[in-house]
Design a protein around this ligand. Structure first.
Ligand SMILES: Cc1cc2nc3c(=O)[nH]c(=O)nc-3n(C[C@H](O)[C@H](O)[C@H](O)COP(=O)(O)O)c2cc1C
Length: 153
């Protein structure tokens, strides 16, 4: 039995569904592509900044791949930064979203040929407008108090 059936309607009824996927690998070609794009965008005000940026980025990639061995966790963290911006951006546009980790990654990866394309699904966001009978829409928000989550030193 599919354990994530509770998410089915949220996905099928949404206006748009975005699958946030992490890269399976960050190789030399991709790193060079990044600095080339940044170069075109005029990010490097001195010629050697491009080489330096490439070296530093390669060092971090190597650190997570070879030393810390947490490459997938590291790329997921970067993906979730994008997720946060996406959710805020959608809200600013008056759109409702629902972020979901409750799905079968293997099936989604296979269905969208993600692994063949060099990616793996991490989180799915349904985007659209809530239904009138959405039980959640009139519930008050629940957030931990600031003094519980922020420590001032
Ligand atoms: C990492 C993560 C995974 C989540 N997965 C699901 C999910 O699979 N299905 C679901 O209905 N809500 C899921 N949620 C909860 C919703 O995304 C959302 O946080 C919840 O509706 C409350 O949002 P609100 O406090 O802004 O109203 C998940 C939340 C997080 C942070």
């Amino acid at each position: 039995m599919e354990i994530f059936h509770y998410n089915r309607d949220k996905i099928f009824d949404a206006s748009a569904v975005v699958i946030f996927s992490r890269r399976l690998d960050v190789n030399e070609d991709y790193l060079l592509h990044l600095v080339d794009v940044e170069d075109k965008d005029k990010r490097f005000i001195k010629p050697d900044f491009k080489t330096r940026a490439h070296e530093v980025r390669s060092m971090f990639v190597n650190l997570h791949k070879e030393v810390l061995k947490d490459f997938n966790v590291w790329t997921d963290k970067q993906l979730y930064l994008n997720l946060g911006h996406f959710l805020l951006g959608a809200a600013a546009m008056g759109l409702d979203t629902l972020a979901m980790e409750g799905f079968n990654n293997k099936i989604i990866d296979e269905e969208f040929l993600l692994r063949e394309k060099g990616f793996a699904s991490s989180i799915i966001v349904a985007v659209g407008y809530h239904r009138e009978d959405d039980f959640n829409k009139s519930l008050s928000k629940s957030r931990l108090p600031k003094n519980e989550i922020i420590e001032r030193v």
